[in-house]
Design a protein around this ligand. Sequence first.
Ligand SMILES: [Zn+2]
Length: 260
Amino acid sequence: MISSTTFNHVKYLWDERKAASLAGDEIALFLYRSNILGADLRITNYGGGNTSCKTMEKDPLTGETVEVMWVKGSGGDIGTLTRSGIAGLYTGRLRNLKNVYRGLAQEDEMVALFYHCLYDLESKAPSIDTPLHGLLPFKHIDHLHPDALIAVAAAKDSREITREIWGDTMGWVPWQRPGFDLALMLEQCLKDNPGIRGIVLESHGLFTWGDTSYECYMNSLEVIEMASAFIAEREGKNRPVFGGEKSAACLLRRAKNKPP
Ligand SMILES: [Zn+2]
């Protein structure tokens, strides 16, 4: 039985009774998951990171059933995320933007095109991180900036440390600013490493996922716990956590100042 004592470095806040009261409402459960993730600042810094879920909805234009991605919009914080803070987009349309993407130099023009993908007309403005969730196939996705993951992601030998902690269950992509290109890198990483449980983004943070909000929540907590335990164990031996690191505090600040 999972309880608050299962984790030493993150807070387990999933309340079965609360979740049961939201059963059947995927969006409400996704907002609940987001709020409890954001309640622990070790899991993500204020205003950092975003979360998403994908549901099947009736398309008012055709009457057909289509997949819609619900994702935190621009601004705000996952800890206080509500229905008005999310954007709902046709996943298919978002993926089709690959056909018009012209490369890094024209990346900023993609943001305007996200509006053409909106399903929910009440949507919050889609953020630059929208395609990072849209190009991954998973129903529930967390993108977080956990302290422990920033330490791993910002280390000089980040890729090797990622492998040391999670073996071949975790992907890793080199630094790229958030945008369409990074979304393509995540998609390629998953294609090259099928079956992984998440992806570490160099000098940035973490992507984790699951089939349900609960599975996604547990995956995120376990991955962060593993990184935290790895760091704590190294610290306990009274030697530098990561050999090649310049200055942990400096790197942490730098990574946190990068846009969500
Ligand atoms: Zn981020």
